[in-house]
Design a protein around this ligand. Sequence first.
Ligand SMILES: [Zn+2]
Length: 146
Amino acid sequence: MNGEVMHGHTAAHEGGTFIANGLADGFPVAFADGFQVGIGARDDAPCVETDDPTPSLFAMVAFWVRYLASTIALPVFVGSWIEDGVTFIEPSVRVMSRDAAVAIGDAFKEACLWDWAASRCLWLDCADCRRGECSDPHDDDGGGES
Ligand SMILES: [Zn+2]
């Protein structure tokens, strides 16, 4: 489990998506298409919120995600992001359909999902984002439209 790599990448890039099994365990990934959706609200999912992230904390979440992945018929990853100095680490799944991604995001009350092709967040409280037709960058750090 490569907690050092996840910890370092998150600090350098304010977040990341990481492989949670196999030879590349713990290494960051990026995709040309599909959507990444957090599932930290699942009862059996590890979701960490801390102002003191450590490599061992990342490794702990990744270890848990390996077991979670055996119960989900989708590719499961470790996702991280930093917001207002707080680091969040949670499992995420990758799906190819935006409709499926939105449905999963709604089910787990996620604020946004990641659109790999557009390289941006889609905010679930924005109707245009949900349709994949939003031109608002939503870079106000507050999420969706007011
Ligand atoms: Zn939007």
